[in-house]
Write a protein that binds this ligand. Structure first.
Ligand SMILES: [Zn+2]
Length: 72
């Protein structure tokens, strides 16, 4: 059995239940992904004009910080 671990909350999941979403170099579980998307969305709403490169960096930065802290 393959065990996968969420990079943020460190919750372990087996291959029967692999709701892990890859972002950049990290994989995160579904509850973490929901929080992550809300955080990114809040920032995107404040950004005008929208730039794709900025957005890509925002996602990776937000995720890197969350991985370091162990939560979003
Ligand atoms: Zn998680």
């Amino acid at each position: 059995m393959i065990t996968i671990t969420c990079d943020v909350c460190k919750k372990k999941m087996d291959d029967q239940n692999k709701a892990l979403f890859p972002y950049g170099n990290h994989s995160i579980c579904e509850p973490c992904k929901d929080i992550f998307e809300i955080q990114v969305k809040d920032n995107v709403r404040k950004k005008d004009p929208f730039e794709f490169e900025w957005y890509r960096k925002l996602m990776l930065d937000t995720l890197d910080k969350a991985v370091q802290k162990g939560k979003f």
